[in-house]
Design a protein around this ligand. Structure first.
Ligand code: GUN
Ligand code: FE
Length: 502
């Protein structure tokens, strides 16, 4: 696999080069270097080509490359709260867990500073941990919500840049005093705007081409924002060429939807509020979308705004089940989000698994069955045959969930031509997956050499046991249902190695 050292794009594959010696000869002939070799990496790489890694993918091996995961919705400052939510639901969870945690991320006496150094050391440690942890789970690109703090938001951008993770960084805007607590909010719509501009300028100065890190305009969600603030932010996004990305939440929880209706009685719907303020654009990421109406879905599709499906979070906070099949059937663009810490895990593999599970349960919900009985009633009042077919159709396949985790996510961030796959010309953002194989009954099928030589305890490298008779498709299914970060052996962003499993 050959990747340009200049821009990290895939130049091609060489299926003939079956042995390392052949590859070395080929490289010598073409003047290419192996970036994994410290002796040749660096100075004498004339900026031309790079060999990223040689992997044998014949059927007796247990490793494969997979496109890096794209997390289209994650809150970096909520990471310490992962798994802590008790039995709260969205609105009381924000009040009890989230706002108190986020409010501690900035230094109050350094409110206007842009300098990452004016950030509490605890914030830096947590942000560094989030970036390291998501990388170790194979997330090569993430769209982060930070906090309202300028310097801390810039620090997160700098950490992603330094560690080599592709990222969108959003300084959270929340200025509505009727919803936001006095200890954690912007003083005015004006402050939401100027503080946002401040982080945009910092990030664009740090990475002028936006090769790795880009700013994203982040009104937290409708209840936290005043009308002037929403208006300012919509205008701000449009004032850039190309227009800036936008991220927010929509229709996650039924009490939230009712609250939005109360707060914005003049709007036809939740999506309608965002549309009024020009916040529904082809570069807008809408997280959750659990309770959208058909009219709202139509509006979102018309504006070509994108959906971040966060199934682990939707289940954990009891928000509901988003109708992903409907989104896909209607032609919406969908990716996956961990929504840490509404979601309890930083893993997009977990999000993919939960997307499959949620879709399998949706067919059994009252709302769904009611609808199906209405359409499919077969005369005995139970709508059995129809409902059975439809519950089957609702199921997301493993392959579809992996599509959402990669190419779907790439489309959500408007980078479908660059990310999410291994097409020639795409950027090499990738993870090397290693599956284990430790079968006590069938020792002859041991595929993990280290495990077979008893150099590692079973389960240390991987808890996914595979067998020599299994097809690649089966191995990939086992990875999705049973895998975790132990299976992520190495991670590259833009052809650069950014993580290796210890
Ligand atoms: N809605 C407003 N803020 C948040 C948040 O931080 N997480 C989730 N899941 N939903 C939100
Ligand atoms: Fe969220």
């Amino acid at each position: 696999l050959w990747v340009s050292a200049k821009d990290g794009r895939i130049e091609g594959f060489d299926w003939e080069a079956q042995h390392y010696t052949t590859v070395q000869a080929l490289m010598a002939r073409k003047g290419w270097v192996d970036i994994n070799n410290p002796e040749t990496n660096g100075n004498n790489n004339n900026g031309k080509h790079t060999m990223v890694k040689l992997v044998f993918t014949s059927t007796d091996r247990n490793e494969f490359f997979f496109p890096g995961f794209i997390d289209t919705h994650i809150h970096a400052p909520q990471y310490p709260n992962s798994g802590l939510f008790g039995s709260t639901t969205l609105l009381d969870w924000l009040e009890e867990y989230t706002f108190p945690m986020e409010s501690a991320f900035g230094a109050h006496d350094k409110k206007d500073s842009r300098d990452p150094k004016d950030t509490p050391s605890k914030t830096l440690r947590i942000y560094d941990q989030v970036v390291a942890r998501t990388l170790s789970h194979g997330t090569t690109c993430a769209s982060y919500f930070a906090t309202i703090h300028i310097a801390a938001t810039n620090a997160l951008a700098r950490l992603c840049y330094n560690r080599g993770q592709r990222a969108f960084i959003g300084r959270v805007c929340m200025d509505n005093p009727d919803f936001c607590p006095s200890y954690y909010r912007d003083d005015s719509a004006e402050e939401s705007l100027t503080a946002t501009v401040s982080t945009i300028e910092y990030i664009q100065a740090m990475d002028p081409e936006g090769t790795l890190v880009k700013p994203i305009i982040t009104p937290r969600f409708v209840p936290t924002c005043t009308r002037p603030s929403l208006e300012n932010l919509g205008k701000l996004a449009a004032s850039y060429t190309p227009s800036l990305h936008i991220q927010t939440h929509i229709s996650e929880n039924i009490n939230e939807v009712a609250l939005v209706k109360d707060l914005f009685p003049e709007s036809s719907s939740y999506a309608g509020v965002y549309d009024t303020y020009n916040l529904l654009t082809p570069r807008t990421i809408l997280a959750h979308a659990v309770h959208l109406t058909a009219d709202e879905r139509r509006l979102i599709l018309e504006r070509d705004a994108k959906i971040s499906h966060c199934p682990a979070s939707n289940s954990a906070l009891g928000s509901g089940i988003a109708p992903v099949r409907t989104f896909l059937d209607e032609g919406m663009t969908v990716g996956l989000g961990t929504d840490v810490s509404g979601g309890y895990s930083p893993s997009i593999l977990e999000a993919a698994r939960q997307a499959c599970l949620a879709s399998r349960l949706l067919g059994h919900t009252t709302a769904f069955l009611k609808k199906e009985n209405h359409h499919q009633c077969n005369g005995n009042g139970q709508g059995k045959a129809g409902a059975k077919d439809e519950t089957g159709r609702e199921k997301l396949s493993v392959e579809e969930s992996l599509y959402l985790a990669t190419r779907g996510g790439a489309a959500v961030i408007d980078m479908a031509d660059d990310l999410g796959g291994f097409d020639v010309g795409m950027i090499f953002d990738a993870q090397l997956i290693q599956l284990g194989c430790v079968s006590q009954e069938n020792p002859e099928t041991l595929l993990d050499e280290r495990a077979s030589k008893n150099l590692v305890r079973p389960g240390t490298v991987s808890n996914v046991d595979i067998f020599s008779t299994e097809k690649w498709e089966e191995r990939v299914h086992k990875w999705v249902w049973g895998g975790d970060d132990r299976n992520v052996k190495a991670v590259w962003v833009g052809g650069k190695l950014v993580h290796e499993r210890d």
